[in-house]
Design a protein around this ligand. Structure first.
Ligand code: ZN
Length: 159
């Protein structure tokens, strides 16, 4: 009985009211599980200096943080792409430290392929993405510069 109560308290404490396993992105119900099938929470993070971030919190909760200020003004498929990209970091085990070198490229690829399978990434959407990513300089921690990133999108779409 006590054990059950403790577990209940634990669940209440580690799952903040704003985070839940299923969430809505651009009006679409979405879900994410990590490399071991553990559900990933999504938490809005308007203070985040980027569109999104994937991490395992010290208490073990798997989280996708998304900045609604940046995300909500983007076209619907690009919003879904960012969610899928952050989910990929959990799903491909990057949050456990797997595949450090190519993780950004691999997360993009996984997101593009999931989007193609689910029908929200089409060649037309990739053209729209070209507009958004064209001037992107990339980052020292693995984001490809815009033109290379787009080529990776196209290659992954055609895999
Ligand atoms: Zn990433």
């Amino acid at each position: 009985m006590l054990k059950g109560f403790m577990l209940f308290l634990f669940v209440v404490l580690v799952f903040p009211a704003t985070g839940k396993a299923q969430t809505m992105i651009a009006g679409v119900p979405v879900n994410c599980v990590d490399a071991y099938g553990v559900p990933v929470m999504t938490i809005p993070a308007p203070q985040l200096g980027d569109v999104g971030m994937a991490r395992i919190e010290p208490n073990g909760v798997r989280v996708i943080y998304l900045n609604p200020i940046i995300l909500n003004v983007l076209p619907r498929p690009i919003q879904l792409f960012w969610y899928a990209h952050e989910c990929a970091h959990h799903h491909l085990g990057h949050t456990y430290g797997f595949q450090q070198l190519s993780r950004e490229k691999d997360a993009d690829c996984w997101a593009i392929r999931i989007g193609r399978e689910q029908g929200w990434i089409t060649p037309k959407v990739i053209d729209v993405m070209a507009h958004y990513f064209r001037g992107n300089p990339g980052s020292p921690w693995g984001h490809l510069p815009g033109p290379q990133r787009l080529q990776n999108f196209v290659n992954c779409y055609n895999l």
